[in-house]
Design a protein around this ligand. Structure first.
Ligand SMILES: Nc1nc2c(ncn2[C@@H]2O[C@H](COP(=O)(O)OP(=O)(O)OP(=O)(O)O)[C@@H](O)[C@H]2O)c(=O)[nH]1
Ligand SMILES: [Mg+2]
Length: 296
């Protein structure tokens, strides 16, 4: 069988997580229209009779302004180490900028086989231009692909090329495993995704979700208690909403998706707490949201 590790890198919001979901044909990773949705490395394991591909989704490469951001970028860089293939993802509507310059350097240093993936080709007519500029500036790509997740264009071609690029190798993970993250992490991500969907401006970036408890109840119900951390009292007010309407909506949407992941009824118990400047200071929260490796 062919098997190997494929890391996706790109500036925030280019569609890295969306591409992984497209390869799987179902939602594995959370996605949103707000930049910096993905905050840590997440492995997604695809297995069929002939292939096992371990995709590592990463946070977007950007100029950090908080400790959290520093950890995110570090996590992305670490995920490139030792992989078999890098997918260098650009947004055809955004052009070539500082994040891409940084990525070029990283890819060159890594000396790893790299595909250029020009995503969101549905948004512009002249998507060849960004490919030319990126190729000129970086010159390290073994192949170039043009994709649209929204229109399902170029996905199969890219997926087939990924499979062919991988070496003969063992099964690294059991075939039924799709992610290396536990259900507590997946639940926290889904709650955060709903917050990203329903709130705007600074609120999405100031939110951390930590699952405190996952308990199997006798009646076949999974009880999940989670705390949503924000940085200011006003943000807490927004998240709770008028007479609790916002937190209720977040809870309902998240619960329905968690139920489809665990395939059982879920009771979701959400609490909102204020922790001033947690993105810069609070190592307990940073640890809990999976930044521990990066801190050490
Ligand atoms: N028009 C268009 N939108 C897309 C396409 N692919 C993804 N998107 C949208 O782009 C937004 C960002 O997608 P994500 O997959 O969350 O992007 P990401 O690169 O993982 O972002 P971060 O996790 O923040 O680094 C979402 O609103 C997606 O629906 C595409 O091919 N075309
Ligand atoms: Mg993402």
């Amino acid at each position: 069988m062919r098997s190997g590790f494929v890391t996706l890198i790109g500036r925030p919001n280019v569609g890295k997580s969306s591409l992984v979901n497209a390869f799987f044909g179902r939602k594995i990773l959370i996605v949103s229209d707000k930049p910096q949705t993905t905050r840590n490395r997440i492995r997604c394991i695809y297995t069929d009779e002939e292939n096992q591909i371990i995709f590592t989704d990463t946070p977007g490469i950007h100029k950090p302004i908080h400790r959290l951001g520093e950890f995110m970028v570090k996590a992305a860089i670490q995920a490139m180490k030792g992989c078999d293939l890098i997918l260098f993802v650009v947004d055809s509507s955004k052009g070539f900028g500082e994040p891409e310059m940084r990525m070029c350097e990283l890819v060159k240093t890594s000396q790893t086989n790299t595909f250029l993936v020009v995503n969101k080709i549905d948004l512009v007519d002249d998507y060849l231009q960004i490919a030319e500029v990126t190729k000129d500036r970086c010159g390290v790509f073994s192949k170039v692909f043009f994709t649209s997740v929204i229109k399902n264009q170029g996905i199969i071609e890219l997926f087939e090329a990924i499979k062919l690029s991988l070496p003969e190798g063992p099964m690294y993970f059991p075939s039924q495993m799709t992610t290396d993250r536990p259900i507590s992490f997946q639940a926290a991500e889904l709650i955060r995704e709903k917050i990203l969907l329903l709130t705007r401006e600074e609120v999405p970036h100031c939110v951390a979700v930590i699952v405190d408890q996952v308990i199997e109840k006798e009646e076949g119900i999974l009880y999940i208690a989670a705390t949503i951390y924000v940085e200011r009292q006003s943000q807490k007010g927004i998240l709770i909403g008028k007479a609790g309407s916002m937190i209720k909506q977040i809870g309902t949407l998240a619960r329905m998706e968690i139920e489809s992941v665990v395939n059982k009824k879920v009771y979701l118990d959400l609490h909102v707490k204020v922790k001033k400047n947690w993105r810069d200071k609070d190592f307990i929260i940073l640890n809990e949201i999976g930044m521990k490796d990066e801190i050490e």
